[in-house]
Design a protein around this ligand. Sequence first.
Ligand code: CP
Ligand code: NVA
Length: 318
Amino acid sequence: MHPTEPSKAPFSFLTLKIAMTAPRHFLKLSDFSAAELQQVVDRAMALKALKRNLPRPFVGKTLAMIFTKNSTRTRVSFEAGMAKFGGHALFLHGDAMQLGRNEPIADTARVLARMVDAVMIRNDSQADQMELAAHSAVPVINGLSNQHHPCQLLADIQTWVEHRGPVAGKVAAWIGDGNNVCHSWIEAAKLLGFTLRIACPKGFEPDAALLAWAGDAVELMRGAAFAANGADIVVTDTWTSMGQEKEEARRIAAFAPFTVNAELMARAKPDAIFQHCLPAHRGEEVTAEVIDGPQSVVWDEAENRLWGQMALLEFLLA
Ligand code: CP
Ligand code: NVA
């Protein structure tokens, strides 16, 4: 069983009825099979190729976007994606909703599903997202939680494939925090058949149950140089995620040997690419030389948030 899966309730006719009518959700990458992920990534590339000749399948459809944390890429890509498809996206700040005054998540889910066609949520708690999805008659999409960032991986995989072809059998090096984005990279490695080497300081490892689930798809290493050796792609993320601001000084000290710089990139394959979900902190997790250099694909990666999520919405709402 996947570590973030709820324990199974006993079977009943009610569960059968819900199962027959339940929409698909995308709360973590492994909610989809490898074939489904491949289908979404392929479709994202096809939509990108169409660019100005896009279909408009979502006329009259609305996506509700709940944010309790900041965002640039996720908000803009979902909003622009819905507009391109002829639909509409609603930005809902968590604090401005009754949810911010303790209206139950389940009631929020029931009400939203009467008015909109899909819900995207960015918040802290994966459990709250699961609660929302459990009571939602429309698809729920994780736009980032403390545990996962699956939409990011749609873009990251697409970008990797666009630049270097199929990912199966390749080696990715994750340098830095074992955080939400790292967790989604772990799921991607397991599902898509590449090896993920993770180099992080002691005490900042990814979730142990998730590592166990991924088995030999993931290798945990202490040294950044070992992880980067001969890698096809080097990836990092901020050392201080949203909500961890009070830990910033401690984190900067602990992560100091984990900066992705030119010397580290030189250990990877000569044609290795560099990815970062952004926002980036030059001089911390990555040097300006690397992120603004020729191996960096971060702007393609950011753009692909748009195409990946349009393909995802099409898949979920079809
Ligand atoms: N990468 C990412 O999710 O960016 P935002 O926080 O700007 O949405
Ligand atoms: N790990 C980062 C990702 C931001 C897109 C955070 O959670 O803040």
